[in-house]
Design a protein around this ligand. Structure first.
Ligand code: G3P
Ligand code: MG
Length: 253
């Protein structure tokens, strides 16, 4: 039900490095993480890049919508200086470059499709197509489930578009709070897993998801005691910002 790594570095390197950058992913690697979560959004010309916020201002200087800027501009922009001076010059990475880096370093990916408002379907379609194109050998070889990234999104429409484009790439539906109709939604999406906010999870809900045969993944777990608690409820895996205190082998300890 969860053939994937159990502990993921959130946004690449958690809170130890600038999120959604190659420096962040390298930081995760330096802490032993060969499994990460990150966010993918589209530029105005439809190029998938790593980005969480749909506006400039927090991790990239400036103002205005990410979706209004073309890739050639976005890929020149500094996504590291906000975090610490030593990361100045770290750029917004292209999704394709991140996939290449992860493949070279045997890093498994949970790709969160993070569409800017109004671009849900297109972002889902393009992200899924890129994974489909860059994982052709794994798809053809019918390699094990963990040989492919897991797509996830809070956007039902984005995941549905991903499903139509690349049904063979697995999907997880992200839900901040698990609603009553969760199982219908997962069935409609052909999802393999439910991803949810650990803060709102209860043992009963965890049991219901597991009993129904789905993977259960939580974000974002930064406390050791809480991590042990939810894993005892049957949670399969989670992402963490605190890669310094929750290591990649935490689930085995
Ligand atoms: O994919 C889990 C988690 O990253 C969802 O929330 O806002 O950190 O992207 P956010
Ligand atoms: Mg995310």
């Amino acid at each position: 039900m969860w053939p994937y790594p159990k502990i993921l570095a959130h946004r690449g390197g958690g809170t130890l490095a600038p999120e959604n950058t190659l420096a962040g992913i390298r930081c995760g690697l330096a802490h032993g993480f060969h499994a990460i979560e990150f966010d993918v959004m589209l530029s105005s010309d439809g190029v998938p890049i790593l980005m969480h916020d749909d506006v400039l201002g927090r991790t990239v200087a400036g103002s205005g919508a990410i979706a209004a800027l073309a890739a050639d501009r976005l890929l020149q922009m500094d996504a590291g200086a906000w975090f610490a001076p030593q990361f100045a010059g770290e750029r917004i990475p292209a999704f394709a470059d991140v996939i290449a880096f992860c493949k070279r370093n045997a890093i498994w990916m949970n790709v969160e499709i993070k569409p800017a408002p109004g671009f849900e379907r297109e972002t889902g379609r393009v992200a899924a197509k890129m994974v489909q194109d860059l994982f052709r050998p794994e798809i053809s070889a019918r390699a094990g489930a963990a040989a492919l990234p897991l797509l996830s999104s809070f956007s039902f429409d984005a995941l549905q578009a991903a499903q139509r484009q690349a049904p063979e790439i697995p999907r997880g539906f992200l839900l901040d709070r698990i609603p009553l109709d969760w199982q219908i939604k997962l069935e409609e999406l052909g999802a393999v897993a439910l991803h949810t906010n650990q803060q709102h999870l209860t043992p009963e809900l965890a049991q219901a998801v597991k009993t129904a045969g789905y993977g259960l993944f939580c974000y974002t777990v930064n406390d050791v005691a809480r991590a042990r608690e939810i894993m005892a409820w049957g949670v399969d895996g989670f992402c963490t910002d605190r890669i310094d205190i929750i290591g990649p082998r935490f689930a085995e300890s």
